[in-house]
Design a protein around this ligand. Sequence first.
Ligand code: PLP
Length: 413
Amino acid sequence: MKTTNPLLEAFRAVLEERRAKGRLRALKVLPPDVADFSSNDFLSLSISPAFRELYLDNLCKTSNSHRIASSGSRLLDGDTDYAEDLEEFLARFHNAPSGRLFNSGYDANVGIYSCIPQRGDVIMYDELIHASTHDGMRLSRAGRRTPFKHNSVEDFQEKLQKEIDLDPLVRSGKRNVIVAVESLYSMEGDFAPIREILDVLESMLPLSNGHLIVDEAHSTGIFGPRGAGIVQGLGVEDRVFIRLHTFGKAVASNGAIVLCAPITREYLTNYARPLIFSSATGLPSLVATRTSYELMAEGATEPLQAQLQQRIELLRSSLANIAPASSAILCINHHPTSPIFSLRTKFPHDLAKICQKEGLMVRAIMSPTVPLGTERVRACLHARNSVEELEKLVDVIRKWVRVKEKELERARL
Ligand SMILES: Cc1ncc(COP(=O)(O)O)c(C=O)c1O
């Protein structure tokens, strides 16, 4: 007699539930001839023939004297001069005292948040912080994890005051408060009020037990001097406890660097488990990161930064003509200079499908990736998006809004 497997049945049930709600996740390969309004290749470096040539040349040269794979954790046999030089180079570029490479931004956040907070410490985090930070926090020994309203300095201040009132150890400076923000939020496309948060933290915790950690995953390469990030653009790198720069987006590689004081770096090397218990990044990715950062350091990516900003301005002004009259259908959330446009609509699958049919790759972003009720279509701009692609995108959205408005009108009659 054939028996059912209860575990597989459980999988089937939850997947069916997701499918029914239109929230089933599935892998999709980006077709070769679509206009990319979806990837995080903000500077279009990963499709740049010049970058490819330089990268392959560097890889050929380096692989003569280095092994291709790391073949072990950094702490065993996976460390190389190349990785150590890269860390020094990146720390210099980012005006940081030291840096430690991680295999990904995900690993870095899990490593940071699982071990940096000491027993009983408080973590305060923006409610829209990335899943990798949540996963790290869950593993931590923190006594409390307190969210504050997205980008609200006022709410942050109120919640911090509550922590201070509640806990004499926080007041006396014996217990740490670790604050987690992203410089540019991946789904909203807006910027953290970093300077204001620092001002509040330093004035309310004058005994140096407040520590800000800034994840620059989406701003690396795009903002700040030569793409060095928003913290450096603000000139507040000395006031930030840890900065995280990831390489999987504008840098056109893989991996991440955690920038911090040498003592923090030594602590991470001893306690951050994703670093200790995973094979180190192999040479191909290290070389891609180095190639990209050398271009950034020479100023060679500045024209791409400028071109990206032109594209952003063009899309921003074109979309502004569509949205206000049609807010029942579409609400465009955009923050000046951000490459991420959040197109809020009750019909995200519908809009994404129409765009994709026209060869424009945008994606519907559904709960649980974003909070329920805030589903949207996310459009990301890249330096190499052509003006024609932008015009087509605007045209398709405009026509879709008209059709939806008519449908809505008919339904009301
Ligand atoms: C804010 C943020 N932090 C960290 C990560 C993880 O970075 P990685 O892709 O390098 O693992 C992401 C990825 O999307 C992110 O958006």
